[in-house]
Design a protein around this ligand. Structure first.
Ligand code: GN1
Ligand code: MG
Length: 359
């Protein structure tokens, strides 16, 4: 074990696990929190430091997770696992370190693997199934019992407003100007789902908030999706945003880290399979309006993430972790290329949605 994990060992003493800690190592590719895998007493755990700059009141996350833990049915009854929180020895759900940062401990889901990209239609169907199961499972809880952990998280118009505020009209650098033109040509997109909520067509439900491929664990044969992890962003929201975000991540087979926008494609076959798996779990529960609005969620999510990456680049990479300056700009271009390909395939994607929900 590397010496500089000693501060983590100190923190771990507060949690109700069997000492000693026999191993600690960094875990995952998250862009916001710091995550470690640790082993103690023959079991594995996930230790996480919540990013206090991103989550204004991290305790709200813990309150939401505790509420989820009081669900009358285990998620396994629907074929889904979500990691359990390990309480502290005092019975609380997290620990604050001397700097004020919040740490929490969860079960590490054993015998699972994480896929950098989907390799088959069957895997895609599984992704849709677990997200659908998660929405079905959480729908049994009153959405008003859950706190908003990240205010404005999917307020696309808010992100657009903050990006616009960085420029006097016509003053953008030449490398940014074409992106701004692309964005302005789609400014109505930022309002579409909000309007659907305001007019009562769709309503907030409990959402996962980050159902990207990295956050779905498969069994060791990479056949069956077993678990949905990364539960920080569970909060009231729109299932259209969740499904759109899932497709944004899974159907861009080259991944968020691709560097050439010209190569980016939205894979319609994978999308069809994810939607079919999702529809299997949700068909008898979603309304026609919910389904009609799914396409807007698919189109808006890469647009919104592109706005967020671009804004962060222009503000000096304060929000998303980057490996080098300029990375957020490249990532923004990739997301906008995905928006463009989704628009090119507009009719085909809408047809795939209809097909998936046909019972
Ligand atoms: C962030 O930290 P991570 O990797 O779980 C972000 C998501 C983005 C995602 C893009 C709280 O998630 O919204 O979709 O990066 N989470 C937050 O990879 O902003
Ligand atoms: Mg996350």
């Amino acid at each position: 074990m590397t010496a500089d994990y000693s501060h983590l060992l100190g923190l771990c003493q507060h949690f109700a696990i069997e000492p000693p800690i026999s191993a600690i190592s960094p875990l995952g590719r998250g862009l916001i929190n710091d995550t470690y895998r640790l082993e103690a007493g023959g079991r594995a755990y996930v230790l996480q430091r919540l990013n206090g700059h991103v989550f204004p009141e991290p305790e709200r996350i813990m309150v939401n997770l505790a509420r989820l833990g009081r669900h009358p049915e285990p998620p396994e009854s629907l074929g889904l696992h979500v990691p359990a929180l390990i309480p502290t020895r005092d019975g609380t759900s997290c620990v604050r370190d001397q700097t004020g940062a919040v740490w929490r401990l969860m079960d590490f889901v054993p015998d699972t693997c994480n896929l950098p990209r989907l390799q088959s239609i069957e895997q895609a169907r599984e992704v849709g199934r677990v997200l659908g199961c998660f929405h079905r499972w959480t729908a049994a809880l009153p959405v008003e019992d859950f706190a908003v952990t990240l205010p404005g998280y999917h307020d696309t118009a808010g992100y657009l407003g903050r990006l616009r505020a960085l420029f006097e009209p016509g003053t953008a650098a030449t490398e940014i100007a074409p992106l701004l033109r692309f964005i302005e040509a789609r400014s109505d997109l930022a309002e579409t789902l909000d309007q659907a909520v305001r007019s009562g067509r769709i309503a907030p439900r409990l959402t996962h908030g980050d159902p990207k491929l990295d956050n779905i664990l498969f069994d060791q044969d990479a056949r069956r999706a077993l678990a949905l992890i990364d539960l920080d962003t569970i909060q009231p929201g729109l299932i259209q945003h969740d499904l759109g975000d899932c497709l944004r991540s899974c159907c861009n087979a080259l991944g968020e880290g691709e560097t050439d926008p010209a190569r980016v494609r939205f894979d319609l076959r994978l999308a069809g399979a994810i939607l079919a798996g999702y529809a299997e779990a949700t068909r008898d529960w979603l309304s026609g309006e919910d389904i009609d609005c799914l396409f807007d969620g698919i189109r808006v999510m890469p647009f919104e993430l592109g706005l967020r990456f671009l804004t962060d680049h222009l503000q000096g990479d304060r929000y998303f972790k980057v490996d080098r300056p300029g990375r957020n700009l490249i990532k923004a271009r990739i997301q906008f290329a995905l928006v463009a390909d989704i628009e090119r395939q507009d009719a085909a994607i809408r047809a795939v949605i209809v097909e998936a929900f046909r019972s």
